[in-house]
Design a protein around this ligand. Structure first.
Ligand code: CIZ
Length: 322
């Protein structure tokens, strides 16, 4: 609409004026991903967002995603100012893993190496030996397991179980879940698969194991996007946040992508597979982040001591991933 075009035009001007760059996650709404692309920013997973933000010459980062992504950007680039469309965009994995309880859990097993998913607060990262994203979790746990480490894994129980199955490692797991992926239902997916036998099933490993068992490919956002390009199928049933359809469709416009069912009577639920916090990253919120007088509503600050501690396991991951 005309109003949206006006917002976009103003955001473009403000980004240039403020020497800022927009870094967006694959799970944000399509128009936000498009805007990041049009303005020379990046659309990616959290690992690549962090790297892009760190290496980009802009002095200011506008991170469209959820809070842990803004924090990670600030930890890697303390000299940059990091703003988010809203600081209320949290993550159920982060919320389900409070620092105090997690720290106590780790303290009770002092002989264990602590591996945490990127979807955690800076404080939880600071307590960890390693941070991993879903794109590199398997390799890192495999590496640690082969060196004989006993491992504490947090917070996603489904991803943890998937990693255990794939690597043979046995881990002490935290009991967290993503509210979006936890909703995918194996029975309904099975029914949909029977309706479209030619479709390949792509599943994110934050989904329950019964759903993962039905997959033709399992992986992080970047890995699922790659699979959708490389597999010969013309049709895909996709079990992850529907924000990912933007990139999949852009890369292979002739292929068909269907949402995996999240419940109900076997019908796909049009709005279930979308993170409510990712959805907060709208055009109005982005403009506000660029013009706000009261920066406290948008700016990410990480305490220096915490930052230095959280940087260690994050850098381990980035160096491992190189
Ligand atoms: O690490 C990320 O970006 C998330 C949250 C998911 C993924 O699979 O990339």
């Amino acid at each position: 609409s005309e109003q949206k075009a006006q917002y976009k035009a103003r955001i473009k001007t403000l980004l240039a004026e403020k020497n800022a760059v927009l870094v967006a996650h694959y799970y944000t709404d399509p128009e936000i991903q498009a805007l990041a692309e049009e303005t020379g920013g990046c659309v990616s997973d959290s690992l690549e967002m962090a790297r892009f933000g760190r290496d980009h010459p802009a002095k200011t980062l506008i991170v469209a995603g959820v809070k842990f992504m803004g924090e990670t950007a600030k930890i890697l680039s303390p000299e940059k100012r990091v703003f988010m469309p809203t600081l209320e965009a949290t993550c159920s994995l982060d919320l389900g893993c409070p620092e105090k309880e997690f720290s106590d859990f780790c303290d009770a097993h002092p002989d264990h190496t602590v591996v945490v998913y990127a979807n955690t607060s800076a404080a939880v990262k600071a307590r960890a030996d390693w941070v991993v994203t879903s794109s590199i979790a398997l390799e890192i746990v495999e590496h640690l397991d082969s060196e004989g480490h006993k491992i504490i894994w947090g917070p996603d129980k489904h991803l943890g179980a998937y990693i255990e199955k794939q690597t043979g490692a046995k881990m002490l797991k935290w009991n967290g879940a993503c509210i979006v992926h936890d909703e995918f239902k194996a029975k309904h997916l099975h029914d949909l698969k029977s309706m479209y036998p030619q479709a390949a099933v792509l599943v994110h490993p934050e989904s329950p194991s019964s759903v993962i068992d039905l997959a033709d490919a399992v992986g992080s956002t970047s890995q699922l996007i790659k699979a959708s390009q490389e597999m010969d199928n013309e049709m895909f049933i996709v079990a992850t946040d529907k924000g990912i359809f933007y990139k999949m469709q852009q890369l292979t416009p002739d292929k068909t992508f269907i949402e995996a069912p999240t419940g109900g009577n076997g019908a796909t639920c049009k709005s279930c597979a979308h993170c409510p916090w990712m959805a907060m990253n709208g055009l109005v919120a982005i403009e506000n982040a660029l013009i706000a007088d009261d920066l406290s509503e948008h700016e990410i600050f990480v305490d220096d001591d915490l930052r230095e501690k959280a940087l260690i396991p994050l850098d381990r991951m980035l160096n491992f991933a190189q």
